[in-house]
Ligand binder design. Structure first.
Ligand SMILES: Nc1ncnc2c1ncn2[C@@H]1O[C@H](COP(=O)(O)OP(=O)(O)OP(=O)(O)O)[C@@H](O)[C@H]1O
Length: 256
């Protein structure tokens, strides 16, 4: 089966420096892939390459086996949605209007807004538990509510692939876990940049970035070894089994 998204030796060079270099990856349909790495390791750049917002200087990105470079923006947006790190709007719009923007790639003069689009917007608002807030002004939303509305906008786009850049940033722990449950529950093939290694444990696989390169890729508990974490983040980490049988937890200690 053709992978929904593939990177084949993809790299991006800026001002003579490789900010992403030689990344190869095949996404599995329905999987949740966590992108992990220190600040500046290239996670956002990699997501932008995956989203077709940046062209690789080397290698290739393919969507359903088709080179991204040969697809039009609209074709890409019909298959893939990105929630960027600082996505926001100063416009005076309601939550529903923000989510309706997700339908843009599916509309044209021959295919105007229809009940199908209303249904997609309603389903997306329901998926993030914001149907009751649809008429609210965007400016009145809290950080967590905005993040959920962004995910609803991306979900309304009916993408095969969802790309999320640190969607749990600025959220309290209750809302962080809520966002992760929400994304996992959508069942869409997802790539999610994360800083919290506990959140990464919930992913099917993790891709670990260091200085623009992929240094590890695999199931989180096998990949996030103490040796790797020491090398990447300069901390001691021990994975401890939870007495209740739930997910293991990390104990961290900073190396001086
Ligand atoms: N347009 C640009 N010009 C020069 N350098 C850039 C540009 N865009 C990104 N970089 C550099 O590329 C590197 C990777 O940046 P990127 O934003 O992809 O990292 P990140 O892993 O997402 O970081 P963070 O965890 O801090 O969000 C950084 O050193 C950054 O300064």
């Amino acid at each position: 089966m053709t992978p929904p998204l593939e990177l084949d030796g993809a790299g991006r060079r800026v001002q003579g420096r490789d900010i992403v270099a030689d990344v190869s990856l095949s996404l599995q349909p329905g999987e949740m892939l966590g992108l992990i790495g220190p600040n500046g390791s290239g996670k956002s750049t990699l997501l932008n390459l995956m989203a077709g917002l940046m062209r690789p200087c080397r290698g290739e990105v393919r969507l359903n086996g088709q080179p991204m470079a040969r697809l039009r923006r609209r074709q890409i947006a019909q298959r893939l949605a990105l929630v960027a790190q600082s996505a926001d709007t100063g416009d005076r719009i309601t939550v529903r209007e923000a989510v309706e923007l997700g339908r843009t790639p599916w509309l044209d003069p021959l295919r105007p807004w229809s009940p199908r689009d209303d249904a997609a917007v309603a389903a997306a608002l329901k998926a993030v538990d914001m149907a009751h807030m649809a008429a609210r002004d965007w400016s009145s939303l809290s950080g967590g509510e905005r993040q959920r509305a962004h995910i609803a906008r991306a979900h309304a786009q009916s993408p095969q692939i969802l790309l999320l850049d640190e969607p749990t940033n600025h959220l309290d722990i209750h809302h962080q876990l809520g966002i992760l449950d929400l994304v996992a529950g959508l069942g869409t093939t997802t790539v999610i940049a994360l800083h919290d290694l506990h959140h990464a444990l919930r992913c099917d696989r993790v891709l670990v970035m260091q200085a623009g390169r992929c240094v590890a890729l695999g199931p989180p508990a096998e990949t996030l070894t103490p040796a790797l974490i020491r090398e990447i983040f300069a901390i001691e980490a021990e994975l401890i089994l939870h007495p209740g049988g739930a997910r293991p937890v990390f104990a961290f200690q900073r190396l001086s």
